[in-house]
Ligand binder design. Structure first.
Ligand SMILES: [Zn+2]
Length: 455
């Protein structure tokens, strides 16, 4: 595996940066069904082919929740060019893919080329590989990195192309390939229904608003019942996830946070006793449903609209901002933390972006939480954590809220790599599993025990 990138951040390494733009911007797509623009039960064949459809004529489909594949070109019986479908109403973003392949032949070997990523810098250079599962092997696993290649392709206008080789081993199976572990809107709804069914008095679920396509904007509150009574003084920790829909690790981190806070451990009881956790696990449910990478249904990067969210164009962000402003104003509430959870497509590890303060004491206290998280979480990097006030980031939650909330509110972006973390002792790259992301979520909440010295 290639060595980890250096500690020096280029502009494309930074939080939220979309990086360099790939040249191939022209896209065609087939549009069928509700999942506009995705291929639908499509069998690419050579131009001259007039014969029957046989086993081994691969059938591609991305018309399902969170699916993304805009076009497939037949190159040869063993080779296909795949095109990521751009975000709805925003052709600039093409990263997330998620599709199925069936009608395979036993031991059929193929090479897929993903040819139109919108970014050039990628963790594929560091050894990241796509995820795969199949009907008979339903757990996601990463394709061996030795079968994955990322390079400038002379056959594709010298665009960066990610090629991977794969052998289908069971012709009855349907295979699914994805950029990262998918986490759909439906999966979140099912998880929240499970939490609802526990009937705990320290858990409350509200619908804070609805998306343009009328999906729930869920708000989960977890704290001891005494803290939830009107008029009680409370320290509030606000956490949001999935403002960028393709950043599915964010949802696993959120699950880790909610799961730990709901548990019956002594630590969880202490956290509930002293703090109120408010969690919005999916800020962009339409984008998640549609299989977008970065934008909402209407093509907005919601994390650039915090300064002026519109109730009709960005309803989920508008509702979230109203909640934040209310928490900020309420006399009995101390909004102490805002953490917005993302996933990073060019850097490894978990790390944070924070704000810059002129007053030294304030700046030092702002650095305490990420330092403590670093002590808890073996995958969290203090070295990659940075504090900035770039003008480009002015519309992000971390920057905007950092400027306008009470001085004592700490606002951070928490990033976690789509790929791996570096083992602090051995220096090895350890690829993240779903459980690894969940574990980071647990550590995010446990760190508040250290911060508030609750034990
Ligand atoms: Zn993001």
């Amino acid at each position: 595996m290639a060595a980890c990138s250096s500690g020096i951040l280029k502009s494309s390494d930074r939080e939220d940066s979309e990086g360099e733009i790939n040249l191939m911007d022209k896209m065609e797509s087939s549009s069928k069904g509700d999942f506009v623009g995705n291929v639908s039960h499509y069998i690419p064949l050579p131009d001259c082919y007039k014969g029957p459809i046989n086993k081994g004529h691969l059938l591609f489909d991305a018309c399902f929740e969170g699916g993304n594949l805009g076009r497939v070109d037949y190159v040869s019986h063993f080779e296909y060019d795949l095109f990521v479908r751009p975000d709805t109403c925003n052709p600039r973003f093409r990263v997330w893919f998620n599709f199925t392949v069936s009608n395979t032949k036993n031991q059929q070997r193929i090479i897929f080329h993903v040819v139109n990523f919108s970014k050039t810098k990628s963790l594929y250079r560091e050894g990241m590989s796509p995820l795969v599962l199949s009907t008979s092997r339903p757990e996601w696993c990463r394709i061996p990195p030795k079968n994955v290649f990322y390079y400038r392709s002379p056959d594709h206008q010298r665009n960066y192309v990610m090629s991977f080789a794969f052998a289908f081993d069971n012709e009855e199976d349907t295979y699914q390939f994805a950029y990262c572990y998918p986490y759909t809107y439906t999966k979140l709804q099912q998880y929240l229904q499970k939490l609802d069914s526990l009937g705990k008095d320290y858990y409350k679920r509200e619908i804070l608003g609805y998306s343009v396509q009328q999906r729930n904007l869920d708000l989960i509150t977890i704290s001891s019942p005494e803290n939830l009574k009107l008029g009680s003084k409370a320290k509030v920790i606000l956490i949001t996830g999935r403002i960028h829909p393709g950043e599915s690790p964010s949802s696993y981190v959120c699950e880790g946070i909610m799961g730990f806070l709901m548990s019956d451990t002594r630590e969880a009881r202490l956290l509930r006793k002293h703090l109120v956790f408010k969690i919005i696990p999916m800020l962009n449910p339409d984008g998640v449903f549609l299989g977008n990478y970065r934008c909402s249904l209407m093509g907005f990067d919601l994390n650039r609209h915090w300064h002026d969210p519109s109730p009709w164009a960005h309803p989920t962000l508008h509702a979230t901002k109203q909640l934040v402003m209310r928490l900020d104003k309420e006399k009995e509430t101390d909004l102490e933390f805002y953490v917005d959870i993302h996933a990073h497509s060019t850097l490894t590890n978990g790390f944070m972006y924070g704000n810059v303060y002129d007053e030294e004491k304030r700046f030092e206290s702002h650095a305490v939480y990420p330092k403590l998280l670093c002590q808890r979480a073996h995958d969290f990097s203090w070295g990659k954590t940075s504090f900035n006030k770039d003008a480009e980031k002015a519309g992000t939650g971390r920057r905007y809220l950092g400027d306008c909330l009470h001085e004592h509110t700490n606002c951070y972006t928490l990033e976690v790599s789509f790929f791996c973390y570096t083992d602090k002792e051995t220096g090895d790259h350890i690829p993240y599993t779903q459980e690894g992301y969940v574990e980071l979520g647990r550590n995010v909440v446990k760190t508040f025990i250290d911060y508030y010295q609750l034990l």
